[in-house]
Design a protein around this ligand. Structure first.
Ligand code: 6PG
Length: 254
């Protein structure tokens, strides 16, 4: 593993396996620390394909015992507007790879209702967060222990796509993102709540992400920032965990 240092904490891993192992270890460590400190671990899961092997590793026989799963609360950073059993559902992906294996209490699984009308699902999820964290309407956003994120080759994260409304949202924690040419409607957390987290970790793999990753991390001036560049935890730790293919265009990664 090579560390590229400031401005963001970037760790580069030789291959997918090393990346998955390190990411799973990091999640287990953060869970242990949070549970020891506060009795629970509030974890926001990313959708997409990249985290699936990480989830599976956490649920594996070797690792599942590392985490007190009954004390983990699962949230989702975004959801596609489909029912929970749909092949595109982020909830379904996490259920199949992680939840079915570690079997947390049902009350700890806080999914976004992708089967509902998008605006309604977004408002309901924001309400759920207010109730879970017991904070009022005008309160500052709550602090999740960990938000896990991925990055698309177009620089999107969560369901915050370039050029879509809400990138500059300053108030709402969860919004509906209408369908575009290539994506169906989604519900997504906004940078307002993501940036309040104690830890935000991006997991990025594959050569298709290499060019955008290097642009994003160089932070080169550009008219409009890439959505991933809007993720800047206010008082939390930002980490990028990437494999060598995704890091191929980063200076100092070879
Ligand atoms: C989703 C995500 C999204 C994802 C990226 C990367 O619901 O798809 O939350 O932001 O993380 O698109 O996706 P891959 O991991 O599949 O490359």
């Amino acid at each position: 593993m090579a560390s590229l240092g400031a401005p963001a904490a970037v760790s580069v891993f030789r291959g997918r396996d090393d990346l998955d192992e390190a990411a799973a270890e990091q999640i287990a460590d953060l869970a242990g620390t949070a549970i020891e400190r506060s009795g629970r671990f509030t974890w926001v899961l990313s959708g997409g394909s990249t985290p699936r092997p990480v989830y599976a590793r956490l649920a594996s026989e070797q690792m599942a015992g590392r985490v007190e799963w009954s004390r983990v609360h699962f949230f989702w950073v975004d959801e596609r507007c489909v029912p929970p059993e749909d092949a595109e559902s982020n909830y379904r992906a996490a259920r199949e790879t992680l939840l079915d294996g570690v079997n947390p209490p049902a009350a700890n699984v806080h999914r976004i209702r992708g089967e509902d009308q998008p605006e309604q699902a977004a408002a309901a999820y924001e309400q759920l967060l207010h109730e879970f964290f017991q904070v009022g309407r005008d309160a500052p956003p709550p602090r999740f222990d960990l938000v896990l994120l991925g990055m698309g080759a177009d620089g999107h994260t969560a369901s915050l796509f370039p050029g879509t409304p809400h990138l500059l949202e300053t108030r709402r924690w969860v919004v509906a993102n209408p369908a575009g040419d290539t994506i169906r409607s989604r519900v997504t957390m906004t940078p307002v709540i993501i940036n309040a987290a104690a830890n935000v970790t991006f997991i990025v793999a594959g050569s298709s992400k290499a060019a955008r990753l290097s642009e994003v991390l160089r932070g080169e001036p550009r008219g409009t920032p890439w959505p991933v560049q809007l993720i800047k935890p206010v008082d939390g730790q930002l980490r990028w965990m990437v494999d060598a293919d995704a890091a191929a265009k980063l200076e100092g990664a070879r």
